[in-house]
Design a protein around this ligand. Structure first.
Ligand code: NI
Length: 182
């Protein structure tokens, strides 16, 4: 499993629903949780690791703060937003596919989501503020939508320039690490 960065084409097309929640799907969910933790993310969607499936993982931190960090991650399979507040909220957002890029985006302040859990059972979860933002951001990924798609033309182009710089710096860092290993 590899973390993909924008503009990898996997990030820009809608993902397919999961037909059956089996051991294979559970194993992928676990791998995604580990990947998210390793990269210090709050959420991760399957297309970000090249999987064409509607599955996301979100850290409990988004829902409960520090206390939630030690709790099991929230795994949502085939998630759907079933309620969204009229009230909107502007907040800063980042994405593991856009390392080091943060932009302000307007989202619903509260959402309610219906999904399947790792056992294939239907459940509903409600999120407010950061949790609502994470739910909307991750579910967007399943529709091939990334955070810059919500930004103005200007903010988008600045964000993409910054992304290019950051990716170049990361590639340089990796190269020099490999050299020092030799
Ligand atoms: Ni993201």
């Amino acid at each position: 499993m590899e973390l993909l960065t924008y503009p990898n084409p996997c990030l820009s097309h809608p993902a397919r629903p999961v037909e059956q929640v089996d051991d294979h799907v559970r194993a992928l969910a676990t791998e995604m949780e580990e990947m998210m933790v390793a990269h210090d993310g709050v959420g991760l969607a399957a297309p970000q690791v090249g999987l064409d499936m509607r599955m996301v993982v979100i850290d409990r931190y988004a829902f409960e703060g520090e206390e939630g960090q030690s709790k099991p991650k929230v795994v949502l399979i085939n998630p759907e937003i079933i309620e969204a507040s009229d009230e909107m909220q502007v907040g800063e957002e980042g994405c593991l596919s856009f390392p080091g890029v943060f932009i302000k985006i307007k989202r619903h302040k509260r959402v309610r989501v219906r999904a399947l859990n790792k056992d294939g059972e239907v459940f509903e979860i409600e999120g407010e503020d950061l949790a609502a933002r994470a739910l909307q951001h991750e579910i967007d990924h399943l529709d091939g939508v990334v955070m810059v798609d919500h930004a103005s033309h200007l903010v988008r182009s600045l964000a993409l320039k910054r992304l290019q710089r950051n990716l170049a710096a990361l590639a340089e860092e990796k190269k020099s690490k490999e050299k020092s290993k030799k």
